[in-house]
Ligand binder design. Structure first.
Ligand code: HEC
Length: 189
């Protein structure tokens, strides 16, 4: 009897997941892929830099390659590609109104126990009178992030961060919290 109930519940879950997938537009899938590409280009480089040169070196590396990756993806995909945060480090990471409310919504979802690795939002929004695809995907804080975004950032790392980002707000995070989000937009033609 117990087995049957579990099977029924699983069936319901996979059915609703399938229904959801059908309602996902190609544009949303495209945006998801770009988020994957961004992460796939940045994370291994960051890991390598941490191992080979330590965190201060890795700050410099991240400073150099993050904007480069965003720029390359913007050119190659036709989407405007960036990362944003409610507590930004880079000045380019300041969120606009839609991004701010989405980041707050992500935080609420996280607080209510939702899986932070799956939080995303896709919407068609008017930007300056133009229908625009907008997509955001939450970026959770993992262990490796804490050296540069956590509550006990080493003094030499803080110094390097202050040099490069005098108005840095991106510290004080705990593992599992949402550090920020990928944010992409493209005019709907
Ligand atoms: C070696 C230090 C370092 C580590 C480790 C690190 N970051 Fe960062 N992070 C930075 C720097 C530097 C920037 C600013 C990059 C730029 O100039 O665009 C940044 C920017 C960001 C941004 C863009 C928003 C903003 O505030 O500028 C996000 C999101 C982010 N980091 C998330 C993470 C996550 C998640 C991890 C762990 C997987 C992580 N970071 C690990 C140094 C680091």
């Amino acid at each position: 009897m117990k087995k049957l109930i579990i099977a029924v519940v699983l069936g319901a879950v996979s059915l609703s997941a399938a229904a959801q997938d059908n309602s996902i537009s190609e544009k949303q899938l495209e945006a998801r892929q770009i988020a994957k590409q961004f992460l796939g280009s940045l994370k291994p480089e960051l890991g390598k830099a941490m191992k080979s040169g330590g965190p201060v070196f890795a700050v410099g590396k991240c400073h150099k390659i993050s904007p480069e990756i965003a720029q390359k993806l913007t050119e190659s995909t036709g989407w405007n590609v960036k990362r944003v945060s409610l507590k930004p480090r880079a000045t380019t990471a300041n969120p606009d109104n839609w991004e701010t409310s989405t980041l707050k919504w992500f935080n609420e979802q996280a607080a209510s126990g939702k899986d932070v690795t799956k939080l995303e939002k896709f919407e068609i929004v008017k930007v300056d009178g133009q229908d625009t695809y907008r997509y955001m995907k939450a970026i959770p804080t993992g262990d490796i992030c804490l050296t540069c975004h956590g509550t006990a950032v080493p003094a030499n790392v803080t110094q390097k961060l202050q040099e490069l980002y005098p108005s840095d707000k991106a510290t004080g995070y705990h593992k599992g919290e949402i550090r920020g989000a990928f944010s992409f937009k493209q005019p709907k033609l």
